[in-house]
Design a binder for this molecule. Structure first.
Ligand code: BJW
Ligand code: ZN
Length: 242
């Protein structure tokens, strides 16, 4: 075990309040593609077409086909040792009355399926559909019968996720910021930290004196600033840390 892994383990062991930020990289070892790295969606697809309100307005069927394909892939995937390690840490901290907040940018449900409970989902949930007209929401985990799906009010349903240029679900970034400011340790795993406001939580933690630990096989814009940068995958490193 490297010195850095030891130092990160020790910081986590001492902490009373832990906040975690995860991104697409934590689900990569479950077979779910990321956005910006090797084979990521934005290397073959235009995000303007698939992940903006304008792209959806231009061609709802195209956007829905992409989401439906991803929903199928996620439904067939299983949480990996990285997801399970975070759920175990939360369960352990519960017994010592320590605080644990898992902040995720992921729209898959793998943290939840691994047993994590206190989850703040910054970018929504791919299994929720929401009516463009009356905002009615439905949780739909099985394949959809029609694309785009329709609401009982006749309106078109959209995926319950956050696209570029849209606000995050009400209160989530505020709650995430509060958890980060109060944390002794902020663990950041599997995110390129390029999308805001999520990425802004990293400098916020540093300003508030938290030990910031990054887990990522690649360097990010924040690697030099964080307290401990660990190079490796989350399925490999998170179980060693926690
Ligand atoms: C591994 C691994 C392994 C690989 N183990 N690791 C301030 C400054 C500049 C711009 C803005 C700003 N504030 C707002 C903006 C605009 C915009 C933005 O940030 N743009 C930037 C790109 C510059 N932000 C927004 O629009 C946000 N809304 C907002 O701010 O509202 C207020 C506002 C509105 C209008 C104007 C101004 C303010 C909303 C952002 C929504 C992002 N949506 C998406 C799609 C969600 C739905 C879906 O999934 O379909 O969210 S885009 C996509 O990126 C997705 C992700 O959650 C998000 C982050 O990606 P993530 O998770 O980091 O993945 P990758 O692929 O980038 O990185 C994977 C990482 O894993 C890599 O580092 C790998 O190395 C690593 N990895 N294998 C561990 N095994
Ligand atoms: Zn409706």
């Amino acid at each position: 075990m490297s010195l850095n892994v030891e130092a990160a383990r020790a910081a986590i062991g001492r902490a009373n309040r832990i906040a975690v930020l995860t991104g697409a990289g934590v689900s990569a070892e479950s077979g779910i593609p990321t956005f910006r790295t090797n084979g990521g969606f934005w290397q073959t697809h235009r995000f303007e077409d698939l992940a903006t309100p304008e792209g959806f307005a231009r061609n709802p069927a195209r956007v829905w086909e992409w989401y439906e394909e991803r929903r199928r892939g996620i439904a067939a995937a299983e949480p990996n040792p990285g997801h399970f390690a975070l759920a175990q840490l939360e369960a352990q901290l519960e017994t010592t009355k320590s605080e644990f907040t898992l902040i995720t940018q992921n729209v898959d449900n793998l943290h939840q399926r691994a047993g994590s409970k206190n989850i703040l989902r910054l970018h929504g949930d791919i299994f929720i559909t929401r009516c463009m007209c009356c905002s009615h929401e439905r949780l739909e985990t099985s394949p959809l019968k029609e694309l785009p799906p329709k609401c009982h009010c006749g309106g078109t349903m959209r995926p319950g996720v956050v696209w570029f240029g849209e606000m995050l679900p009400e209160g989530t970034i505020e709650r995430a910021g509060a958890a980060v400011c109060q944390s002794d340790v902020f663990l950041v795993a599997g995110t390129s930290a390029q999308v805001y406001p999520a990425a802004g939580l990293i400098p916020l933690a540093l300003q508030n004196g938290a030990t910031v630990i990054e887990v990522n096989p690649e360097a990010t814009d924040f690697s030099d600033a964080v307290t401990i940068a660990l190079r490796g995958t989350s399925a490999d490193l998170l179980p060693q840390l926690l």
